[in-house]
Design a protein around this ligand. Structure first.
Ligand code: IPM
Ligand code: MN
Length: 353
């Protein structure tokens, strides 16, 4: 009996549905070739639904989504909705409620892709950022006092407990071991200023590393220096692990070094539960409906989804197909400059898997 996976699909806002369509096209081609089954169930969460119904996300959503093997997401963010409402109410809420405690973001330069880093090529830019995905400044702990007065106070607190830190570090150590490249895990922190939160991270990092991952080399970088070396010497990195806020920031920097939002994919992973895969760029409202947006980030997110589900050969086939397309077909990764439409790029990848 071929294996069968039930996938929840959230196209979302802006160009989300367009890139998801191409992602699904490639996933279907991979399934046909590698003899497993995929079934898709669409959910209409996003800005349009919110504007129509006033409801951001039904309370039943997380429980419904838990019934699936994985979630495939396009983009969340609508020009007619105040920033924060949909992002917090859909994306962050699902990450938290489904306890997707790892945000896995590979930074890999594919052949033929232009990087803004001078004299760097695919051999230099190939590492993975493990961004903790449930804590830090993202927990919503904080508040205002004396709001609206000249003495107004605003507080937003970075929150971590040892359990969150430990499980994230263990995942990152295991990934560094499994990648079997430089077998190096770099902790990105700010121990010189954030002397509580990153002190906890650093102690846990060395304790776990020494006890259970003696074969993995440990390095430490402050976040500001991490940014510098990601530009100057990206070839130093193998796996980087960091908290939620620094992870958010450094992965946009990483994304631009690999060719930008057209290609950068990520996975919100609960290793014991349901994971959600997405292109890490936004909904790009100005390109909506024009068939010009680059779908490769969504295609790569689909590949990561298959890898996490255990279909590693199909995932590798998707990556090879994307590399062939970036190396030999696309003029640029930028929207409207690819030399092909969104649907044509999806076709090019699909016929190569
Ligand atoms: C990301 C995004 C989100 C984040 C926003 C949209 C809430 O920037 O996935 O990196 O900050 O995590
Ligand atoms: Mn971000």
């Amino acid at each position: 009996m071929p294996k069968s996976y039930h996938i929840a699909v959230i196209g979302g806002d802006g160009t989300g549905p367009e890139v998801v369509r191409e992602g699904l096209k490639v996933l279907k081609a991979a399934a046909a070739k590698h003899t497993f089954k995929l079934s898709f169930t669409e959910f209409d969460f996003g800005g349009a639904r919110y504007l129509r119904t006033g409801e951001v996300l039904p309370d039943s959503a997380a429980d419904e989504l838990r019934q699936f093997n994985a979630i495939f997401l396009g983009a969340i963010g609508h020009p007619d909705v105040k920033p924060g409402i949909l992002e917090k109410g859909i994306l962050l809420r699902l990450r938290f409620e489904l306890d997707q405690y790892i945000n896995l973001r590979p930074v890999k330069l594919f052949p033929g892709v232009e990087t803004p880093l001078r004299n760097k090529g695919p051999a230099d830019i190939d590492y993975v950022v493990v961004r903790e995905n449930t804590g830090d400044l993202y927990t919503g702990v904080g508040g205002f006092s004396m709001k609206g007065t000249p003495h107004e106070v605003a507080i937003q607190t970075s929150v971590y407990n040892r359990f969150q830190v430990d499980r994230c570090l263990r995942y990152a150590f295991e990934l560094a071991r499994r990648r079997n490249q430089k077998k190096t895990l770099a902790l990105c922190g700010k121990t010189n200023v954030l002397t509580y939160v990153y002190d906890l991270w650093e102690r846990a990092f060395h304790a776990i590393g020494a006890a259970d991952f003696a074969d993995v080399k440990r390095e430490y970088y402050h976040v500001d220096a991490t940014c510098m070396w990601m530009v100057k010497n990206p070839e130093w990195f193998d796996v980087i692990v960091t908290g939620n806020m620094f992870g958010d920031i450094i992965t946009d920097l990483g994304a631009i070094t690999q060719g930008g939002m057209g290609i950068a994919a990520g996975g919100n992973i609960n290793p014991e539960g349901v994971s959600m895969f997405e292109p890490i760029g936004g909904s790009a409202p100005k390109y909506t409906g024009q068939n010009v947006i680059n779908p490769l980030a969504a295609v790569c997110a689909g590949g990561m989804m298959l890898d996490t589900l255990g279909e590693t050969q199909a995932a590798a086939a998707i990556e090879r197909a994307v590399m062939d397309v970036t190396a030999n077909k696309l003029k640029s990764l930028a929207a409207g400059k690819m030399g092909y439409s969104t649907t044509q790029v999806g076709d090019l990848v699909a016929e190569r898997v």
